[in-house]
Design a protein around this ligand. Structure first.
Ligand code: ADP
Ligand code: MG
Length: 245
């Protein structure tokens, strides 16, 4: 059996043409096993978001293949890709992206409704309880703190039991303490439930929650660290950011 949650084979993503052409991702190959927690780091503009969007099927590579648990995304029609994103991928953004007029429970249920399924209240409550918000189901985003809103977004991403949970700077809009709570939750999902998590972050402390840290420079993987400390990650980042672009 294929034990990789995600595999990229020589994935490139270019933008524009001629003088203004940019290679945001340049022949990236890697595989992430099920149940792994990976952090992606790199200087601003190094291709982190492009990598995450291509791996999650939110964007299409210009070359190469992306395979999610045995399904090649790159060959799928738009409608099949949309369905796969809904059913098998979770995504969390820096800015939460909750609908302000909906309660926490309604926000969490939304992906199931969009997929034409009738969300069971028990399943929604379970997802909220999983992120420690069982008591907040009826609150709207405006009545919740930033950390709580991000946890609602996490529950929304988990409601379909996705094969991979992607997070782009999930703690970027949070203070240190609430950011840690979100990171503890992500770590717990990996340890308890075997969830596969891929997270982009700028923060060495956040990246140290992962088992593996990948460094992107100019759209290429420029090394990695296994089970690193925050200090080791910070030292690596300082070295990378010192390189002229
Ligand atoms: P990061 O997330 O590491 O800051 P991005 O993946 O957002 O980097 O961007 C990588 C490179 O691709 C940058 O040079 C950026 O300007 C370029 N880029 C990203 N998205 C687009 C786009 N839609 N059109 C043109 N260039 C883009
Ligand atoms: Mg980015």
């Amino acid at each position: 059996m294929d034990n990789d949650a995600i595999a990229l084979h020589s994935v490139s993503r270019g933008y524009g043409s001629g003088e203004g052409a940019v290679t945001a991702l340049d022949r990236v190959s890697l595989s992430l096993p099920r149940g792994s927690f990976t952090a992606v780091m790199g200087p601003s503009g190094s291709g982190k978001s492009t990598f995450l969007h291509c791996a999650a099927g939110l964007d299409r590579p210009t070359a190469g293949t992306v395979t999610l648990a045995g399904t090649e995304l790159t060959g799928l029609s738009e409608s099949r890709l949309t369905k796969l994103r809904r059913d098998r991928i979770g995504f969390v953004f820096q800015e939460f992206n909750l609908l302000p007029s909906l309660t926490a429970a309604q926000n969490v249920a939304l992906p199931l409704r969009l997929a034409g399924r009738r969300p069971s209240q028990a399943r929604v409550r379970e997802a909220l309880a999983q992120v420690g918000l069982g008591e907040r189901a009826g609150h709207r985003p405006g009545q919740l703190s930033g950390g709580q809103q991000q946890r609602v977004a996490l529950a929304r991403a988990l409601i379909t039991s996705p094969e991979v949970l992607f997070a782009d700077e999930p703690t970027g809009a949070l203070d240190t303490r609430t950011g840690r709570e979100v990171l503890e939750l992500l770590r717990g999902l990996v340890d308890r439930d075997g969830q596969t998590v891929v997270m982009v972050t700028h923060d060495p402390v956040a990246a140290a929650y992962a088992n593996r840290v990948l460094f992107l420079v100019d759209g290429r993987i420029d090394g990695e660290l296994a089970d690193p400390t925050a200090a080791a990650i910070a030292a690596r980042m300082t070295a990378l950011e010192g390189t002229p672009c």
